[in-house]
Design a binder for this molecule. Structure first.
Ligand SMILES: [Zn+2]
Length: 75
């Protein structure tokens, strides 16, 4: 038999969108499916801790823009 079941990547559910995510070295954002979900989750967490300071929470559009800027090497 040539079935390589033992090397099949582990699948987890993304904590943010619950999509199936393959737990591999190719996915630096695991257990999230993407950087976007990771940032959204961090944003939700930041929302909690910043609520006292009265800072506005990042919305999804801001996170998308932030990721785009980072990927272009800007800050
Ligand atoms: Zn996700």
């Amino acid at each position: 038999m040539n079935q390589r079941t033992s090397t099949r990547p582990l699948e987890v559910a993304c904590p943010q969108c619950h999509k199936k995510v393959q737990w591999t070295d190719d996915n630096p954002h695991r257990p999230f499916c993407s950087k976007r979900c990771k940032m959204l989750d961090l944003g939700a967490w930041a929302d909690e801790s910043h609520r006292i300071a009265g800072e506005p929470a990042m919305d999804e559009t801001e996170i998308d823009e932030m990721i785009l800027r980072q990927e272009r090497g800007e800050e």
